[in-house]
Structures are given as C-alpha cells and as structure tokens.
Design a protein around this ligand. Sequence first.
Ligand code: ADP
Ligand code: MG
Length: 457
Amino acid sequence: MNELWAGVRSELEARVGTHNFATWIAPLDLRAIEGGSADIACPTRFLSDWVSRHYARPILDALSNQGAEVERLNFTIATGARPAPAASAAPAPAPEQPAARVPARGIMGDDEMSAPLDSRFTFDNFIVGKPNELAHAAARRVAEGGPVTFNPLFLYGGVGLGKTHLMHAIARERQARDPEARVLYLSAEQFMYRFVRALRERTVMNFKELFRTVDLLMVDDVQFIAGKDSTQEEFFHTFNALVDQGKQIVISADRAPGEIKDMEERIRSRLSCGLIVDLHPTDYELRLSILQSKTELFRATYPGLTLCDGVLEFLAHRITSNVRVLEGALQRLFAFASLTGHDIDLDMTQESLADILRASDRKVSVEEIQRKVAEHYNIRLSDLVGPKRVRTLARPRQIAMYLAKQMTSRSLPEIGRRFGGRDHTTIMHGVRKIEELRREDRSMAEDIDLLRRALEM
Ligand code: ADP
Ligand code: MG
C-alpha cells in the first residue's frame, strides 16, 4: 500500500505542481483499497471537500496508472492523517509560507487558509470590564454559532485593546463547538498577500472558491486594505458572497467604518450594516483585573517571587495606554526580579520601568486642549471659553469640549468649570454634537484627528 501510494504521490506532484501538491495532496494517506474504492485519510473536512472537488480525477488517474483498480475515492477524517512533509522534500518555499501544515483540528491550515491562532487568546483569558463588555458579549454570541443575527460584527478600537484576542477566541470556540465548521481567520494584510499571489499565479478562481466556502470569516485590521483598490474590490465581493449565503463575518479595525480613509463608500456602508462595537480605552478597574489575572500566569513561570502590595495598583494607575504595554511592564518586572532575586516592590518597579512610566506620563490637560484648538481655528482663547454664541466660536468650543471628554479623565462638571463655568449638560450637548458631525462630515473628522495627534505628541 505504501509503495503504491508513493508512486501515486510522485505522479501527482508532477501533475499538479509542487505547491498544490504540498497543500492538498501531501496531507492525505491511502489506507485501503476495497471493492473499487480507495479509502483516503484526510486531516480535515475542509481539505477532503476541496480535494474531492478538485483533485479526484488526477488521483484516480494516478491510482490506475500505478496499477490499482479504483473507481471511487472515499475520504475519512482522521487527525494526524499524515505527518507534514519534511521541509527538504518540498521545494524551497517562500519565506511567508512554511511547508504545508495542516493543524490537528478543523481550523484551516495556515498556509492557504487560517493564520495561526495564539493559544493564549481565549475567552477564559479575556478579562471583561465596562470598556469591553459589549465587544465581549457580541464575540461570545458569534462564537456560539447558530443563526446569524448581525453581519458583520465590526470590532474597532485603539491598538492593544483586545481585538485580535477576541477574534482568536471566537475562532477557537466556534471550532470547538463545531469541528465541521470552516473557520477562517486572517489579517487584511494576509488577505491581500494571498489575493496578489493568486493573481500572479493565475489561481484567482481557487482563491475565490476558498473564500466563498467558509462558514465564518474573520479579517483583522481591515483598515490595511483601504486605498488598495483591487484588494478592496475582491474583499467586497467575498464579503457580499458570504453575507448572501448567510455566513458570519467578523471584521476588526482601528477605527469605525465611517472613519477609515480611502475606503470605498459602498464597502464602508456594507461594513456598517451589522453590529459595530467599540472597544473603549481601559479604565482603572479593568487594568487592575487584567494585571491580577496576568500575575497568576507569571507566578507559574517564576515561582517563589514576592510581589508587594500596591504594585499592581500603581501600575494600573500609571500605565493607561494599552493592555500590551501593561503586559510588557509586568513581564519585565518578573524577569528582573527573577534575575536579581529582588522582591517586586514599588522602588524596584519605578526603577526598572522608568522608561515605560515616563512615556505614559504624557497627560493632556483641558487647558492645553483649549489652547491648541483656539490656535488651530485662529480664535482667542478668551473667546473659546467665553459666552459668545456665534458659530465661528461655538463650533471650535464644542470641539474642545469633545476632545476634553475624550482625552482627559475629567468629568463633565469638571470640564464645564473649565469652560467658563458652563453646566455639565451643555458640555454633554457639545460632545454629542461633535460625535454626530464627525460621522457625517469627513473634513471635520480629519480636523479632529489632526488636533488629537498634535495633542498626543
Ligand atoms: P489589538 O488587536 O486590539 O491591538 P490584542 O488583541 O493584540 O490588541 O491585545 C494586546 C494584548 O493585550 C494581548 O496580549 C491580549 O491578550 C491582551 N489583552 C487585551 N485586552 C485584554 C483583556 N480584556 N483581558 C486580557 N488580556 C487582554
Ligand atoms: Mg490586533
């Protein structure tokens, strides 16, 4: 049987090309031939569907050329059907694509299909707080499968707030609940890369078919394809085809669909059709819970270290940028402590994290915001906070209110006091007004982003 299969394999390799061979044929194993039917073990349902649709004829031909009398192929799903081909047996692959690997379960092999999932990014490891509550609930809902209630789920938020974590968790959970489901997770960049490769290799039909046969498609950091016209176009068609078939799509981006520059209008509006959920910047409680949970993990890696009271609270208070930075800080503390044998106390924390703490120190004040906005619109600071209601002053004033709410931790009454003693409802009205205008008016949105960036510097 082995010899026969070896012959079939080398014939197929010559016929379908080394790349297709590595991806589709190498993972298969011939188990038996009985009554004109060849039993072929295959690691995933997806692979077997694909192979039976696209490679049945070549396989049957090759079997018959090798002297086997076979009329039918019968695929069985067996984990570990065949070890991945040795790297040396395959032609030198492009650096982005290691030799075909088919993972144990139904999540698609990462060459052609799903990007690898980080095993730490599970729902269990995701700490839920007010800022990410809704995103988490929506992600859970999608992971459960069942009828699609909102399509797409669009997750957006700043860097390091857990978008990728949630998407991996969805993929994992969905696959665990339904091993047959075809789950495809990849970044928009990988989507583009594969599309471009398909164009180059003239395999666009395969590309299209692959993307149109998934049950759950997740594309991370979709802002990346803005301005990349043919990729956008292809993405749009893939998206529509899946939505039409009632398949779930999950998208992430660093900003709301309406705010992605150079994204075609029809794509933007399509992306806005489902549920749009914002991951808000973390608050103190969430940061503290995350630190507590990560500490548990680190304790396992670095047993015997002492973490003094107040350190986690200090970190949660001082490092407000994003969860990735928070994790990095904790990691460094534990590493330092294990090297030096020191307890992790406040002194050692301040010393070893001096750079991170300094970088996070950068806090914007309401006064700075007001000054910047007045300068930008060429009006006097006294007019910005003063009582005049002409629009040329009122609009910049509302923008300053909006930025103050967004960029500082001041409450509405506190902000009101800094705007000439205005009532908190006036501030709220101003903030809402700008939120509204921002969505409708692109140049307004750009102006605000510009101001925000200038203030963050
Ligand atoms: P994004 O994709 O939004 O930039 P990631 O999902 O890559 O962010 O998250 C950055 C890091 O922070 C990851 O290590 C992730 O596990 C961690 N992280 C983010 N949010 C949470 C959370 N709520 N609970 C636990 N870990 C989190
Ligand atoms: Mg990410």
